[in-house]
Design a protein around this ligand. Sequence first.
Ligand code: KG4
Ligand code: ZN
Length: 350
Amino acid sequence: MDTKQFSKPILGIETSCDETGVALLRWEPAAPGRGLLSHALYSQIKLHADYGGVVPELASRDHVRKLLPLVREALAEAGLTPQDLGGVAYTAGPGLVGALLVGAAAARAMAWALGVPAIGVHHMEGHLLAPLLEDDPPEPPFVALLVSGGHSMLVEVKGVGQYRILGDTLDDAAGEAFDKTAKMMGLPYPGGPALAALAQQGRPGVFRFSRPMTDRPGLDFSFSGLKTQVLLAWQQSDKSEQTRADIARGFEEAIVDTLAIKCRRALQASGARRLVIAGGVGANKRLREELAEAGAKEGFRVYFPRLEFCTDNGAMIALAGAIRLAHGQHQDETVQVFPRWDLESLPAAV
Ligand code: KG4
Ligand code: ZN
């Protein structure tokens, strides 16, 4: 294969859930963020809001409507045409099967028509590598806290594709706990950002909830009990606006403290001094502040992607795909997606 083509821009496509994300990135090993040529995002939030959560069939249909216009938009912004592309990367899983198929089919068709390779990217690897898009990117080895709507994981990262899961969620993911708790308290979808905004108005210490699974060794998470505690507190409360904000504050502090305790433990267990925070919940201000402060005090460095690259986006998929394509990895011309996909099963890119 002609490796020179990887100095050409890679198109990245993300359609695993309720965001259509597209980006163009030229692989620049020393400073990947500098290679980002353009990116465009369409969020389906309004489409799903009336239902209080993502409706998979509606999500798929909307990806069909929005994907190609977004690709055109990103190409125009970068001043490129499809013929300039050196490869196509798309999210192949985990995620909603129909939504994934939209991106995979479009990516495969484009790659085939252009005669360039295509590669299916693991969505969580995309999140995990997103901090590399920033200036002064983290060097492996590092520990990554991946906290999204579907996952809460601590991962030891020795290199691209060299992942060991140190801790995982036993029930609800962190984002899911935010979303479900917000819904219980009557907040609009998507609950995470709404609950975090409300928590800003809450007073500290009025409600104190437990920090689940921090009283015993181990790096796994469990947030469903915390959700029940909050539900009981809300049902038994006067349901005033101030109380709702106080409960939101107590809940957010419990989740953030729990995540921070486990991050410290994971750093100790792995011996790493660099911590990467990624995934939608990584956009949470209190989490970012608490971990940055802990790092400054305790001598570890914390890396976050900018807010728009914490939540789902095409840039992280273009980046992960560009790295793998540059290492000669790509897949056969079949449209295959993996709604469930073990992160540890990925090949190393060395
Ligand atoms: O990574 P992401 O965009 O999609 C998935 O791969 O799941 O993460 C979405 C999750 C949702 O659960 C959302 O409520 C949560 O991230 N989230 C937040 C915040 N922004 C997004 N949770 C807490 N605080 C935030 N500021
Ligand atoms: Zn995600």
